[in-house]
Design a protein around this ligand. Structure first.
Ligand SMILES: [Zn+2]
Ligand SMILES: [Zn+2]
Length: 332
């Protein structure tokens, strides 16, 4: 199905479907450039997505062969999957921030026995029980979601301006959702392409993935990046999923409040107990009961819990209890 439209200000919006994912589609944006077209993101790999992207461009009077370059908001496969095919069809360059480049390579290198071993050891360090490890091993694996031929060949730096026809697209580095996430600001139209950093309805996932305690504080990055976008006084946002955002600063503020509430709730949920990262995840507030989570969803929730825990440690409200295996944490 082709779903694309000119949405004003010289911006074309193309919905690239992904049927297996609850988000339903990735919104790709195209704008005219001196060399043809610049795309913001590319969509999930597969024939259905490819038809959505190519057919969408045709329906707005363009062609995939015109694409000069693709700027990627971040490395996730619903954004990068089709890059390789776009490059093959058009010779386009593919660009992303340096901090996501390594992760892209890891993601495209496959999910073999070594990958699984690492995941299970890591989850055991978080305090997962054997039954949960078995469930995860039974549900995860399979092919890498992005082929190795799609690797970006250009690095974007913060504040760099990508040339469009008669105007520019500014790179705004917004780490948090991933270490190298970037938004793109179309200054002359007061529109920001927010990727998965700010979404109209969904709360973007923020995770730490190395247990029990990763050095990187993903939630601190995310909150700082939300404040950055908030201070830019951008009015309209176009995210990669869902409806346009009318008030980017306002929505960024809501997301900050949401995480502050979760941090407060988690701190309360500790009580006087000493608990593992896994137990932190079990005690956090979710939209569904924890027992009903699919094993893969538990993995994602665990990373989100770890990010909130990591941030409470940074704020010195929670500390790791020394000499425990798996590691346990308590209020300070
Ligand atoms: Zn994402
Ligand atoms: Zn996404």
């Amino acid at each position: 199905m082709v779903d694309a439209a000119a949405i004003g200000d010289g911006i074309f919006q193309i919905s690239v479907p992904m049927t297996h994912n609850p988000l339903g589609s990735t919104l790709v944006y195209a704008m005219e450039s001196p060399g043809g077209l610049i795309l913001v993101d590319a969509g999930w790999d597969g024939d259905e997505g490819w038809e959505g992207l190519t057919g969408g461009l045709e329906s707005v009077g363009h062609s995939i062969s015109e694409v000069e370059g693709v700027v990627l908001t971040h490395f996730h496969p619903d954004h990068t999957g089709l890059c390789g095919r776009v490059r093959e069809a058009s010779g386009a360059w593919i660009a992303m921030h340096e901090a996501d480049h390594d992760l892209f390579e890891k993601m495209s290198s496959g999910r073999d026995a070594e990958w699984m071993d690492y995941q299970l050891t890591n989850m055991a360090r978080a305090g997962a029980a054997q039954a949960d490890l078995d469930a995860f091993a039974g549900a995860a694996g399979g092919d890498a979601p992005v082929g190795p031929g799609s690797a970006p060949d250009r690095i974007l730096s913060d504040d760099e301006v990508i040339a469009l026809t008669g105007r520019g697209l500014r790179v705004v580095f917004t780490p948090g959702h991933t270490p190298g996430h970037a938004c793109f600001y179309l200054e002359d139209a007061d529109v920001m392409f927010t990727g998965d950093h700010v979404l109209q309805k969904t709360t973007p996932h923020v995770g730490n993935f190395v247990y029990p305690l990763e050095e990187r504080d993903a939630l601190a990055e995310f909150l700082d990046s939300l404040r950055r976008v908030q201070s830019m006084e951008v009015t309209r946002g176009l995210g990669a999923h869902g409806l346009p955002i009318d008030d980017v600063a306002g929505r960024a503020g809501e997301l900050i409040d949401h995480h502050e509430e979760r941090l407060t709730h988690l701190l309360d949920a500790f009580g006087d107990d000493q608990i593992t990262v896994w137990e932190v995840a079990q005690r956090m507030k979710w939209y569904r009961p924890w027992e009903n989570f699919h094993p893969m969803a538990k993995g994602m929730a665990l990373s989100e819990a770890a990010a909130h825990l990591r941030h409470l440690v940074a704020r010195e409200q929670v500390g790791q209890v020394p000499g425990t295996e798996p590691a346990v944490f308590a209020r300070r």
